[in-house]
Write a protein that binds this ligand. Structure first.
Ligand code: MG
Length: 255
């Protein structure tokens, strides 16, 4: 069932999303050579706790940490680890959700670590832009397929591929609600977008094949060919006046 949020629910969503966005922004400032993904996760956990919120991912389906941190060929669901130490040239996808007053906010961003290759930079730019193409298509009256088509056509025109096995989703009182929001699709198909729907749009875009596999830890998802992958995500509300991004950080964020 697709949930339509009341104005009061949307106020709570806004706060959860603001905290999520602040945690992500703060995490980004910590991305540099020599830092472990566990250190970044600890920073995220502390910030979310300071705000009186809960990390949405901690314990979700048994996930052991507060954020997913996925480096280079890791697409999503990387588990923060003290032995995963960042190097210059890495691309670091950080996915953070915060649960506050009964609602979740969810967002992700792929940060460059130090100087990265031109190819990696181009992948990050295209993936970030494809998220905004998807958001633009999230108009009331459009359908979920319009969002997927917008993302897919944008990245495939640049010879990248769209991950099929994982998709965006409704978000609210539950971290994952209906509808599914694939990053591929056919215009005019799928669930109709209605004002008050809140969805997480999250292109996961690969340099090579779209195929992925899950490692033995049952979380870490990598590209099948070992090539790079990027991930950007915003929580968005559908309104009569167009889509509005909820995961917007404050100008200044500190622990
Ligand atoms: Mg998500």
């Amino acid at each position: 069932m697709v949930v339509i949020k009341s104005p009061r629910e949307l106020e709570h969503m806004r706060e959860a999303c603001r905290i999520s966005a602040n945690a992500l922004k703060l995490a980004g400032t910590a991305v540099e050579p020599g830092v472990s993904t566990l250190e970044i996760d600890t920073l995220i956990a502390k910030y979310i706790e300071k705000e009186g919120a809960k990390a949405s991912f901690l314990g979700y389906g048994g996930f052991p940490k507060s954020s997913c941190i996925s480096v280079n060929n890791v697409v999503i669901h990387g588990i923060p680890n003290r032995n995963c130490v960042l190097k210059a040239g890495d691309i670091v996808s950080i996915d953070v959700g915060a649960f506050f007053e009964g609602y979740h906010g969810d967002n992700a961003y792929t940060f460059p670590c130090g100087e990265i290759s031109k190819e990696a930079e181009a992948l990050l730019t295209a993936t970030r832009e494809s998220l905004y193409e998807g958001i633009k298509a999230a108009k009331a009256g459009n359908r979920v397929g319009d969002i997927g088509h917008a993302v897919q056509s944008y990245v495939e025109a640049r010879s990248y591929s769209v991950v099929r096995d994982f998709v965006g989703h409704g978000v609210g009182a539950k971290l994952h609600e209906e509808p599914s929001v694939p990053n591929y699709g056919t215009p005019g198909r799928g669930v109709r977008l209605i004002p008050g729907m809140t969805i997480a749009i999250e292109p996961m875009i690969n340099m090579g094949t779209h195929k992925v596999r899950v490692l033995d830890d049952e979380w870490t998802t990598v590209t099948e060919d070992g090539k790079l992958s990027a991930h950007f995500e915003h929580t968005v509300v559908i309104t009569q006046d167009g889509p509005k991004i909820l995961t917007i950080p404050d100008d200044e964020v500190s622990l």
